[in-house]
Design a protein around this ligand. Sequence first.
Ligand code: ATP
Ligand code: MG
Length: 548
Amino acid sequence: MGLVPPCFITEIVERDLREGKYAKLRTRFPPEPNGYLHIGHARSIVLNFGLAQDYGGECYLRMDDTNPETEKEEYARAIEEDVRWLGFVPDGVFYASDYFDRMYACALLLIEEGKAYVDDLPEEEMSALRAEGKPSPYRERSVEENLDLFQRMARGEFPTGSRVLRAKIDPAHPNFKLRDPVLYRIVHASHYHAGNRWVVYPMYDYAHPLEDFIEGISHSLCTLEFENNRAIYDWVIENVRGKCGFPEAPRPHQYEFARLDLTHTVLSKRKLIQLVEGGLVSGWDDPRLPTLRALRRRGVRPQAIVEFVRKTGISRNEARIPMDLLEEVIRDDLNPIAPRVLGVVDPLKVRLTNYEGEEWIEAPYWPRDIPKAGSRPLPFSGEIYIERTDFSLNPPKGWKRFAPGQRVRLRHAYVIELEDVVEEGGEVKLLKARVVPGTLGANPEDGMKPKGVIHWVSARHALPVEFRLYGRLFLTEDPEEGGEFLKNLNPEALVVKRGFLEPSVAQDPEDTRYQLERLGYFWRDPVDSRPSALVMNRIVPLKEGYRA
Ligand code: ATP
Ligand code: MG
């Protein structure tokens, strides 16, 4: 089965290949290196690289770097790393800024053919005339004057923003985008990749089709907000094909698909930058964020992200996908590979008054429904920690955990019953309990039918751990609800707890992902965890209903 689920784009690709329109399918993923990639970009990555994989084509990674003011080498590096982390190998890594010479030559051709002119109008006046559908007073400049002015623009004779090059299409065109769009602007700024060579920089609408044509892209896939820009895309291609070193055919075509959007988070670099630069998160890899590096640090595997994209499909239908679905896919990915171990996030000490010494229980890593073998020795002793939320002095009806007069089974170990509660300042400090003799192991024959099974760790053997429990970044499905997204930030998107893990974990490879029974999936934070000071990220909680 292919990587890209059947959709209108696979239909177009199959038709074009069948009709021999292109010798080879060639796609590209064209991020602007002005921020880090997020899970929304994964849809575009899987689509572009996936099509190349499915149809024997090629896919390039192209930095769409035509804006010197916001782009950085740091971002370009990180983008390439993230694409490779997702599991895709570009057939070429290119920079749009390497094509500036060719783009400039095409602009000179357009001017010579009377299809572009230099406009001196200040920005606001230009917008006002465009809105009214009126021509600029500079529209009828001669070819000679336009050539001279554009070359002088490129030599740096005019200040930033003082003039632009515009396409001469139709000042009153019903598609606003075609009302003599700007092709070039003046920016006196050095570019992270092109250096100081350029003072004029091409606009997206002019640059993008040329980038595609230069690279021999067949299908140029972008998100729906560019639908109206397709007309300029075609205008540029039609005006350079067969000229400027371009073939008559084949030429690239643009197709649009719906962007990926998720509830409870923001998928816009502009907003993500606000969170990072405002210090509201610890950095681009803060596991609360939807960036690929944050998901990676949190412990999500690339396979889960690719599967999520496949599951949610490609269409032209813009819908916000519930975060629940992403979490479900992450759980499905981890379930068969995460050994089950015991840990306590919010510890309450229990002293077992009738138990002395210690014993090591051989406890299986896997539940019965996962066909995997393996176990570890799990120490039991007279002092254990249980989860504070697993005990109640005044349990509600239907309580299945520990309480006065209500026995519980300790997972893999004994049934216990309460003897005494030590309180201090209204808070339960310690429980005294006794082990019911002869109840080791989940043995239905022992006649004990405790209502519940709880997790625990032996106090003497426990590894201290800082647990980082991640929740949703925003309280509302739509972070924009009420108008100001920062107001909807969830203050409990990160909750830090000091707890314990069973000691077997110390022997495992650093990148082991676990299911802590009844708590969720966890792994070591790759940045802050040390063998002597463990920091565990909760990747995702268990499904509601399995949590308690
Ligand atoms: P942002 O809105 O976060 O600033 P962008 O569209 O400006 O994103 P680009 O670097 O231009 O980011 O995106 C690179 C490619 O990824 C583009 O083809 C764009 O259409 C696609 N893309 C960006 N965001 C999404 C998304 N949420 N879902 C699907 N594709 C996306
Ligand atoms: Mg963009």
